[in-house]
Design a protein around this ligand. Structure first.
Ligand SMILES: *[C@@H]1O[C@H](CO)[C@@H](O)[C@H](O)[C@H]1NC(C)=O
Length: 308
């Protein structure tokens, strides 16, 4: 078991109110496991750490931005997603609903999850957009800027400024090791996404003599950056100090959203960092939960009487 995993289990334990004994703002030592990990937990009065005030100094923060919308599999997908990202310390999940308000449904799913740090935002998609999710991801980026720039705790703010940002769609499946890869990202890191683009995996190909990316195995190879949303992570500085801060273009043409976005980094796709053992390991799968309704559609009021 790695140190990170040990810490994660511990932190989940600390979510239980009876285990939150220390004073806010005080440094907390958790024995006996702390002697195993060498990690020290801190508590901070920062509102950005809602719902828990705990974090681990020295462990990179990861901001996970997840757009979501109402459908019969929404709770199923969000439950699986939160179950994965709740296993880690220093992960802040920003859920952005495509809706006119914050729904009680998503609020309840978040509230009953084991996530330590999350934000819940919403923005209704403009009409007739070709590509869904871009305005929600941009709202997630605005949330990150608010969290980082609004942070009064200097140590926490420093830690945030070295964070990694991941755009994790709500219906993918994630191996826990994706977090280890995210935390290695210096500028832009990339890794395989399985079952994406009618391929077993879309992924980078590494030149074994140089260790650099020499190409991408993907559907629609003509895309300037032929990478799935789940296949890259970026340093948070692209959203803080970069001028202008990276944003998705809601008017991007279909299949061009990622390329238009990644182009703004001014980094060649060959200079991205090949992660997940030189893009040979799959830690994320592009899946769409399907329900067996044949040609029928589930009723729109599917969750009025049943919390599904
Ligand atoms: C990736 O490939 C480079 C070049 O062949 C090699 O030096 C390096 O050890 C590889 N990294 C991993 C994690 O396999």
């Amino acid at each position: 078991m790695t140190a990170i995993h040990t810490v994660s289990l511990l932190l989940n334990g600390t979510k239980h109110p009876s285990l939150r004994r220390s004073q806010r703002g005080a440094e907390v030592l958790c024995s006996p496991t702390n002697s195993l990990t060498g990690h020290t937990f801190r508590e901070s009065a920062s509102p950005s750490l809602f719902p828990s005030s705990r974090w681990v100094p020295g462990l990179r923060w990861v901001f996970v931005v997840t757009p979501t919308y109402r459908r019969v599999t929404q709770r199923l997908d969000l439950t699986r997603l939160f179950n994965t990202f709740a296993l880690f310390a220093n992960v802040h999940v920003i859920v952005v609903e495509d809706s006119l308000n914050r729904t009680a449904k998503v609020d309840n799913i978040l509230g009953s999850s084991l996530l330590l740090h999350w934000s819940h935002r919403y923005i209704k998609s403009s009409r007739r957009l070709k590509v869904r999710g871009s305005e929600q991801r941009n709202e997630g980026i605005r949330a990150i800027r608010e969290i980082v720039f609004g942070e009064a705790d200097a140590e926490l703010r420093n830690a945030y400024e070295d964070a990694v940002v991941y755009f994790a769609d709500d219906d993918n499946a994630y191996d826990v090791r994706i977090l280890d890869e995210l935390r290695k990202v210096r500028n832009v890191g990339t890794w395989p996404v399985a079952l994406s683009g009618r391929k077993i995996a879309e992924r980078c190909e590494v030149d074994t003599s140089t260790g650099r990316i020499k190409g991408y195995n993907s559907a629609l190879k003509w895309r300037p950056y032929p990478i799935d949303t789940a296949g890259y992570g970026l340093h948070v500085r692209y959203f803080l100090k970069h001028e202008p801060p990276l944003m998705f273009n809601p008017l991007s043409k279909i299949y061009h959203l990622e390329s238009d976005f990644l182009k703004m980094t001014n980094i060649s796709k060959y200079d991205f960092e090949p992660l997940a053992d030189n893009c040979t390991k799959v830690y994320t799968w592009h899946v769409s939960s399907d329900i067996k309704w044949g040609r029928k559609k589930p009723p729109l009021d599917f969750d009025v009487e049943l919390d599904i």
